[in-house]
Design a protein around this ligand. Structure first.
Ligand code: PGA
Length: 245
């Protein structure tokens, strides 16, 4: 199975900076690059159109960092999945912990977003993960499972979905989860997804992934790739992570 390397640029990069990133990245890779991996980019919303256009014809997939659960209508300030699709996007990042924490995104709203993305044939990259206090209270598994149960309650089990496990305490903090912690929770998420009946899914790890820890983390069973924030902002740093085997 191909490994997935997903860049989450959050509120960073102008459209032109995003375009130059893609040009430099594409100029640095050879024709075999995508034989064993997929690359996803989630640019800031202003840049989604230009990034899509820039990578057109390459195998890089692009998507917004969130969407509204309705396709269109009177929802001032929201992002439309349907419009993103028209720009050439074929994926959407959903349920990132910053969306859950700062924008009160609920699993119920996420369930509708997953359904909408699937109806548009856009691949959901669905984020889950526990906070530090939840981990300290031994709730890691129950938090992740309930995010999956509720957020994917109406998902089509035959369609492909990507899960990104990101412990909230490891995001942007430099505190990466230990290989034992990653191994344990990824195995549990894998079994849980199977028990829910999902047939085609991959599980990414996210949270302070860098070129110096990617090589160890990628070898852990059921780590199918990474969701990368800070270290995805420079083309060469992202490229080094993409070369982890
Ligand atoms: P980080 O962010 O790699 O900077 O920790 C990961 C994420 O938020 O997806």
């Amino acid at each position: 199975m191909k490994k997935i390397f997903a860049a989450n640029w959050k509120l960073q990069k102008t459209p032109l900076e995003s375009k130059s990133f893609c040009e430099e990245f594409l100029a640095s890779i050879d024709s075999n690059f995508f034989s064993d991996k997929e690359v996803f980019i989630f640019p800031q919303n202003y840049s989604v159109g230009l990034v899509s256009q820039t990578v057109k014809g390459s195998k890089i997939s692009v998507g917004p960092q969130t969407v509204h659960f309705e396709k269109s209508g009177a929802f001032t300030g929201e992002n439309s999945a349907e419009l993103a699709k028209k720009f050439g996007c074929d994926l959407v990042l959903l349920g990132h912990s910053e969306r859950r924490q700062f924008f009160s995104e609920t699993n119920q709203a996420l369930a509708k977003k997953v359904t909408l993305c699937e109806s548009l044939d856009m691949l959901p990259v669905f984020c889950i993960g526990e906070s530090l206090s939840e981990r300290e209270n031994n709730q890691t598994e129950s938090v992740c499972f309930s995010q999956l149960d509720q957020g994917l309650s109406s998902a089509d089990k035959n369609k492909r979905i990507v899960i990104a496990y990101e412990p909230v305490w490891a995001i942007g903090t430099g505190k990466v989860a230990t290989p034992e912690q990653v191994k344990d929770i990824h195995a549990k998420i894998f079994s849980h997804m199977n028990s829910l009946g999902f047939k085609n899914f991959q599980i990414l790890y996210g949270g302070s992934v860098k070129s110096d820890n990617a090589g160890i983390l990628i070898q852990i069973p059921h780590v199918d790739g990474f969701l990368i924030g800070g270290a995805s902002l420079e083309p060469q740093s992202f490229l080094q992570i993409c070369q982890a085997k």
